[in-house]
Structures are given as C-alpha cells and as structure tokens.
Design a protein around this ligand. Structure first.
Ligand SMILES: O=C(O)C1=C[C@@H](OP(=O)(O)O)[C@@H](O)[C@H](O)C1
Ligand SMILES: C=C(OP(=O)(O)O)C(=O)O
Length: 468
C-alpha cells in the first residue's frame, strides 16, 4: 500500500491557464458518473435488454462496464439514432434527444470465476460485491492501492448477514473474493453507513435479485450524501422495483426493496452536475457567465445544490431552455455551510473559498478523509502551499482567504483535487497542476474542455487529456 499523502511525484505538470478576463462560455458537460454506474448495474440485473444513451465514458464507468462484462453481461457500444431503439413509454427523453453514443446492455446469468478491477471507483468497489453474490462462481475484487484503504466493511459484513460467503482474510477491505452460488437469501440487515452512503446504495441496487429482497437499517450517527441514496431509490423505482424509503413516511434510516424482476430501460444519462462545478465556478471567480446545457429540471444529483451554494457565494443563476446559466458578480463571498449531503462538491468549494473576500467554514465532511485521497489533508496542504490559510477542523475545513502565489498543486490521484487546482489557476499566476490526467476518473478531456472555455490551447503541459 502506498501513502498517498506524502511525496507525490512532480512529473506531468500542467500549467493551469489564468483567465484572460471575464469568462463567457457554453460548456457541454459529459454524463453523470453516479447515474451511469447505477444504470449499468440495474441493466445487468434486468430481465430484458436495455439502453444507456449518452453514458459517461471515463475510467470509473469503463471499469464498471468491464467488470460486468467479466461477469458475463454483454455491453455493446454503438452510435445511437432515433430509429436504433424506440424509447420505452417511461423514458421518453431518450427518443426526444437521439444521437450520440449509446450502450446496449444484454443481461445474462452472472458467472465466475472472474476478477474485477475496481480502480479507485467507490461505485464499482461497493455496488458490485452484492451483484457478485448473485453470480455462480467466485468473483475476485482488486484495485488501486488506495482502494484497499477505502471503507468496505459495511458491504462485506452485510453480505455475510444476507447469506453470502466472502473471503477477505479478516481485512474487511479489498482485495477480497465473493463466492456466489447463483442466489442469495437476502432479508433484514443493519449497517453503519456513516463512512459512505454507497454501502446503502450498494445493497439496495441488487436487492430486487435477492430471494427475500432486502431491508437495510442504517445504525450510525450520521449518513452522508443523502441525494445519492435518493438517486438509487428513484432509479430502482424507474426500473420497476418496489422500494420503501424513509421519505415516504417509513421509519427513519430504513429502506426496503421487494424481490422482483427489473425492466430493461431506455435511459438518457443526465450531464454530471458535480463535474459542471469547475465551469460554473469559473463564472463566479472571473465575474463572467457560463451556460451548461441540458441541466435537468428535476434531479437527485448533489451538483444541483451548486445553484444555491454559488449564489450564496456571490453569483446568480437562471435555469431555462438553454440550460443553467450562472453569472458571477465580480465578488466572491465566504460561506459557512454543512456539505454532508453534497460532500463531493467540497474540493471545488474550498478552491473558490480560498479566493473569496471573507472566511469560510465547510462542515459535515469528515468522511472525505476516506475518499480518493484524504481530501481534507490534501486541500490544506495544497492550498497552503500556494500561500493560503486553510485549517482542518474535526469535520471539515476553515478557509481564511489570503493572497496566493504560484506553485505546484499536487493531486494525489484525485480528480476533484485536479479541477480545484485548475480553478485556483484562473486567478493565480503560475499554478502547475500535477497529474491533471487523473481527471479521467470522471471527466475525460478536462484540459481540452478547460482550454475551450478559456479560448486558449488545451495542451499546456504534459499529461493533459491522457488516460491516468
Ligand atoms: O453513490 C454515489 O454515486 C456517490 C456517493 C458519494 O459517496 P460517499 O457517500 O462515500 O461520499 C459521493 O461522494 C460519490 O462521489 C458518489
Ligand atoms: C468520492 C468520489 O468518488 P467515488 O465514487 O470513488 O467514491 C467522487 O467522485 O468525488
């Protein structure tokens, strides 16, 4: 295992371009990682073939697709057209916005032996072990060194309670093997999901395939990323599953999924609103205007909260037929906010806060210490390395803006650290982002998109646009 907090390589530095002035741009953002990977799992579990249109093609989603393929699922990549597959009744948007790439998913009986590379994708390492418990034969899970350190005990312990055999040599973490025999009893299970909402989502997503379905009771003190759990519930229901959730008047912290067949869907994936963050932030930081087309009117994505958060930090936004247009005022306010529900937005908000007029306190995000890297430690070290004043609190960050200077911004294989560094570079001369290619985890081609937004050439340094 490597300690990703120390001595990151300074190789592959990318000179983050400074903004030439107020940014005025329209930026088309690729599909949502969280929606794409849920859609793949649900399609694999369905009783009939389905379509994903405009899926995200990035490291995390390609790992998910490859993993499902090794377990026997057929996934065909194709260029979709209106006539290629008529939209189903429940998913008309697919027919209304044809074109672009699509994945056709043809489910089959899941089988091992197989080895799944989870990379450093939380969605792959947590969503797939419950599915593997439904396969016939052993499925081994392995991944990047960091994946060994990320919490998985909630999924492993729950699967054992639900009747699965999991071999993890007592680690409660990766690498491990799930020995399935083609079915799983399922039933009630208690878990502490305070370290990751993905434990809950993982068990619910495969719940329709368990003999007794599943009843998940979260027993921990806090539960992060609730919008992501709502996303799981909504997508399960859209695939025909019967789900009882706390917001329907049920017991708090209890979710119930009834066993049953899932429908094959024809689903157009929404743009990734968390990946829209650096572009919207660019409007805020430069006092400019950025439009993100296809911003959904209704969504469970946590990135939708950016409308409110960035407005509180000094901008304004309009959601209309062109998409979401965010306009900066030329001033950036500090913010005191609990980000527990939308933790993945923290690095970008911290970067904007470092450029604000007043102090910010970001709370409710202690679990970020176990994300792609220890995000709290990394943000403190890297923003302070540029002259900032950021301190770590028990559950977040305190950010006191100070004039910043150039320097290397290390990314620790964390895509959101890389985009945070690019954001600081808009306002600070001489920021060099190390391993910007790590953005490929969820946002392929980020340096080119950034360059296009700024009207400057993209390849301003090695590593730009390459696969991490
Ligand atoms: O279910 C999902 O798609 C996600 C849930 C969240 O995980 P945590 O609850 O572990 O923070 C989020 O941070 C991650 O980026 C994606
Ligand atoms: C925490 C994140 O990812 P993961 O799905 O790997 O948990 C993230 O994308 O910010």
């Amino acid at each position: 295992m490597t300690d990703q907090r120390i001595s990151p390589a300074d190789s592959a530095l990318w000179h983050a371009p400074t903004a030439p002035g107020r940014i005025e741009a329209t930026v088309t953002v690729p599909g949502s990682k969280s929606v794409t990977n849920r859609a793949l799992v649900l399609a694999a579990l369905s009783s009939e073939p389905g379509w994903l249109r405009r899926p995200l093609r990035s490291r995390d989603t390609l790992l998910m697709a490859d993993a499902l393929r090794t377990m026997g699922v057929h996934i065909e990549e194709t260029v979709s057209s209106a006539s290629a597959a008529p939209a189903t009744d429940g998913d008309r948007a697919a027919g209304e916005r044809p074109g672009g790439e699509a994945w056709r998913v043809i489910p089959t009986a899941l089988r091992g032996p197989a080895t799944v590379d989870v990379g450093n994708a939380g969605t792959v390492m947590r969503f797939l072990p419950p599915l593997a418990a439904l396969a016939e034969g052993p499925i081994r899970f392995d991944g990047d060194p960091r994946s060994y350190e990320r919490p998985l005990h909630g999924v492993i312990d729950a699967l054992r309670t639900l009747g699965a055999r999991v071999e993890d040599e007592g680690r409660g973490a990766l690498p491990m093997t799930v020995h399935g025999n083609g079915s799983l009893a399922g039933g009630p299970v208690e878990i502490d999901a305070s370290s990751s909402s993905q434990f809950v989502s993982a068990l619910l997503l495969s719940g329709p395939g368990f003999n007794q379905g599943v009843e998940v009771r979260h027993t921990g003190r806090t539960l992060p990323s609730m919008p992501h759990i709502r996303m799981t519930v909504e997508m399960l229901r859209a695939a025909g599953a019967q789900v009882d959730a706390p917001e329907d008047g049920g017991a708090p912290n209890v979710w119930r999924v009834t066993p049953g067949a899932l429908l094959g869907r024809d689903l157009t994936i929404e743009p990734d609103l968390s990946n829209a963050q650096p572009f919207l932030a660019a409007a805020l930081v430069t006092g400019g205007r950025v439009t993100v087309p296809d911003w959904p009117e209704h969504t469970t994505q946590p990135g939708d909260a950016l409308r409110e958060i960035f407005t509180a930090m000094g901008g304004s936004c309009v959601l209309d037929e062109r998409g979401l247009t965010f306009t900066g005022s030329g001033r950036i306010h500090g913010i005191d906010i609990d980000l527990g529900e939308v933790g993945e937005l923290t690095p970008g908000i911290a970067a904007v806060a470092a450029l604000a007029e007043g102090e910010s306190v970001l709370r409710g995000v202690g679990h970020l210490r176990l994300h792609e890297t220890d995000r709290l430690a990394a943000l403190v070290k890297e923003i302070n390395g540029l002259g900032g004043d950021v301190t770590e609190t028990e559950d977040g960050l305190r950010i006191r803006p100070r004039p910043l200077h150039g320097g290397v911004f290390h990314t620790y294989d964390d895509h959101r650290l890389a985009t945070a560094g690019a954001l600081l570079g808009l306002a600070v001369e001489g920021v060099e982002v190390e391993n910007v290619a790590t953005t490929y985890k969820t946002l392929p081609d980020f340096p080119r998109m950034w360059g296009d937004m700024l009207g400057v050439p993209a390849a301003a340094g090695p590593g730009a646009g390459e696969r991490a």
